[in-house]
Design a protein around this ligand. Structure first.
Ligand SMILES: Nc1ncnc2c1ncn2[C@@H]1O[C@H](COP(=O)(O)OP(=O)(O)OP(=O)(O)O)[C@@H](O)[C@H]1O
Ligand SMILES: [Mg+2]
Length: 252
């Protein structure tokens, strides 16, 4: 099916967001087709993380709307957004360094709160699911280590497992490959492909162009708070506006 005619999971509709005098998002519009892996690229400071923060309830928008499966989530809290089925990782990982890897997974389960599917789980079931996910991301052998002892790349994998526990429909990844060694980047790409084949939708921000271009069917380009181009990796690569945007902000 043509990705442009597929139903979208998330619709970002003319969103603006200022921090004091700084216009971080400016009439930003983007639709994420269901079942796609969409890449979001753009120079440093172009508003990518801010867009993630507005989608996931960490920042309030000034105007516009954000819809998830057709319903506005513009005023939803991060907890509500997470429970609706939108998982995200952070550019700088957020884990509890003194807790073990497995204990971190239990914190993720607790975050589900009451009324969710998981609230009826037995402790044994929780434990099994946590171990399965740690195994899936490849760090199950470190389950009893304090999470603070993990390498940077392994912490990113833990954070990935952390959001999978909620069975999200869409996952937003903010620079998953940043600071991660090449072998682990390939491993991560395989995990993303596998989850994509199971029906998950991805929106990923990444400066590693090889990673983006090999993984994504669609790429959107942000510049100064707006989407200035989108299309297939090939179309985006050949779009002169995109090169101008990067060169205009200096070489990254
Ligand atoms: N909480 C905040 N308060 C004030 N300014 C902010 C805040 N968050 C982001 N900004 C500013 O908004 C602009 C967009 O930042 P953002 O972090 O979204 O960029 P980005 O595209 O993710 O960049 P990078 O590729 O470097 O991660 C920047 O100028 C940044 O300094
Ligand atoms: Mg960012």
């Amino acid at each position: 099916m043509d990705s442009d005619t597929r139903q979208s999971v998330i619709d970002i509709d003319s969103v603006s967001k200022a921090f004091g005098g700084l216009q971080a998002l400016s009439n930003c519009s983007l639709s994420i087709p269901a079942g796609s892996i969409t890449g979001l690229i753009g120079p440093n400071g172009s508003g990518k993380t801010t867009l993630f923060n507005t989608i996931t309830g960490y920042e309030r928008i000034d105007s516009g709307d954000i819809r998830f499966q057709g319903k506005s989530i513009a005023r939803a809290t991060p907890e509500k957004v997470f429970r609706l089925g939108i998982g995200r990782t952070f550019q700088l990982t957020r884990i509890f360094p003194k807790l073990t890897v497995l204990e971190n997974m239990h914190v993720a389960v607790q975050r589900q709160g009451k009324g969710h599917l998981f609230s009826s789980w037995s402790a044994a079931h929780e434990q099994q699911k946590a171990l399965e996910l740690l195994n899936f991301v490849g760090i199950a052998q470190h389950k009893d280590l304090p999470a603070g002892n993990l390498s940077y790349g392994q912490r990113k994998l833990l954070e990935f497992a952390f959001i999978l526990i909620a069975d999200p429909q869409i996952i937003l990844l903010d620079e998953p490959a940043g600071g991660v060694n090449p072998t682990m980047i390939l491993y991560l790409a395989d995990r993303i492909r596998e989850l994509h084949q199971r029906g998950l939708t991805f929106l990923l921000v990444e400066h590693n162009m090889e990673f983006v271009m090999s993984l994504c069917q669609r790429v959107a380009v942000m510049h100064r708070g707006s989407i200035i181009a989108q299309g297939s990796p090939e179309e985006v690569r050949n779009n002169p506006l995109v090169l101008d945007a990067y060169l205009g902000e200096g070489v990254q």
